[in-house]
Design a protein around this ligand. Sequence first.
Ligand SMILES: [Zn+2]
Length: 239
Amino acid sequence: MAIKLSELLKEDLRTQYAIRAKIETGLSVGAAGVGSTLADKPVVKDGRDRFIIPGSHLKGRLRHECEKLARALGKTVCESPRAELMCPQHNSRKDEERAIDIRKGIRADFPDEYGQIRDEVLKTAHLFCAVCRLFGNPEKQSVLLISDLVWEKAVPVETIRNRVAINRRRSTAEDKKLFFIETAPVGGELDFTGTLTVSRALTTEEKKMLVAAFAQIHALGGGKTGGAGWLRVICEGLI
Ligand SMILES: [Zn+2]
């Protein structure tokens, strides 16, 4: 997606919020199956040899949680990640009726908080759902920028060491895929910090949705098998 120079110059309109993620390091070695250990969690190392949670990964999860929340509240959101089903297309070429339904839903949900912009947007055919308005899509630049979350503290080598993931089929080390592995009882928390940058003022409704979505993230990556509560993410100062 092309980045316009005018967008880069709008630095003064941007607001930054601190993001803090706490990872519980589990109870003890041998507690296999408990599911609350650090082993095999997608924390990677960046070019400066720091342990990070990639911002793109966190943003993907945040979008997913926002979609779930919006749907639970009865709002109409498009069907990411397939570009042809996302705003403003809604697969209108193949299923015009469904596309009309989605546009009707988005119009009905469009918040009053947008004031004058609301009327302008509703007049155009390019309607974007509540999630695309924040996270963007192939047609629209995202309002949100999430940095990598970094664990700045020195790695306690005696308790946690890392290993390179081995691709079993190819028997080769997978590039940059590092996983923590626990080697001793720890039971503490690791603090990762980063920033959320927003490029326009958020509505109260958007702030509430983001706060709730951050609170819903308990795991990243292979989160389906991860024990609940091993990861907590908060964004400070949003509300
Ligand atoms: Zn959308």
